[in-house]
Write a protein of this length. Structure first.
Length: 209
């Protein structure tokens, strides 16, 4: 009986701890109007593709989410899981889109995914609306390959809405992607390895269920 009583109290403590942890976090859901842009260059011209779908959720420390201007610089309790469909990235040119989607192995890996591992507030914002300057670390998965990435993030608030924006620089070959070199009438297009990713992610406080 003593063992069962000890286990029961232990299980209850774990449940209470989990409840407190959940209560201390504010969840944000993705909203329409988000943007992702990939920019690169080649021996012919610069290129860019854009997408308007970012799915996923963000959870932030509730005190920080309520008023970032009262938070001291340092690590912030946070969880972010996002994804976007590779097919949603478009250049406006069907032939280029086909080459790009093939290079990114879209049939086997239809989504680009990102998971945050660390979020740090760089300086206390002057107002609750921001701008809120942070440094992020996370894992980016493209074409089935995952790499650790870090980049600055800026957040701004408006009521229950929170927009996160940032820029990350990556290389195609880091994700096992061979830079495309399609044949054209007067030779080959040679695509540079470097790609700049720019995003604006719109979220809003999740409704209680």
């Amino acid at each position: 009986m003593k063992t069962l009583r000890t286990l029961s109290f232990g299980a209850l403590a774990l449940v209470l701890a989990a409840s407190l942890t959940a209560a201390d976090m504010t969840k944000f859901d993705s909203q329409p109007g988000s943007k992702v842009k990939l920019d690169g260059s080649s021996n012919i011209h610069d290129w860019s593709v854009e997408g308007g779908i970012i799915a996923g959720t963000m959870e932030l420390d509730s005190k920080f989410a309520a008023d970032p201007s009262k938070t001291a610089p340092g690590k912030i309790a946070a969880k972010v899981e996002t994804s976007l469909p590779v097919r949603s990235l478009k250049s406006g040119k069907t032939s280029m889109d086909s080459v790009m989607h093939t290079a990114m192995k879209q049939p086997q890996f239809p989504k680009i995914e990102y998971r945050l591992t660390e979020l740090t507030l760089k300086e206390t914002p002057k107002t609750a609306e921001g701008p809120i300057l942070l440094e992020s670390k996370g894992n980016l998965t493209v074409a089935g390959v995952t790499n650790a990435v870090s980049f600055p993030v800026t957040m701004t608030r408006s009521g229950k809405s929170l927009k996160a924006s940032g820029t990350a620089n990556v290389k195609m070959t880091s994700f096992g992607i061979t830079p495309p070199s399609p044949k054209i009438s007067f030779g080959l297009i040679t695509t540079d390895d470097a790609v700049k990713i720019t995003f604006e992610w719109n979220t809003t406080v999740a409704e209680a269920k």
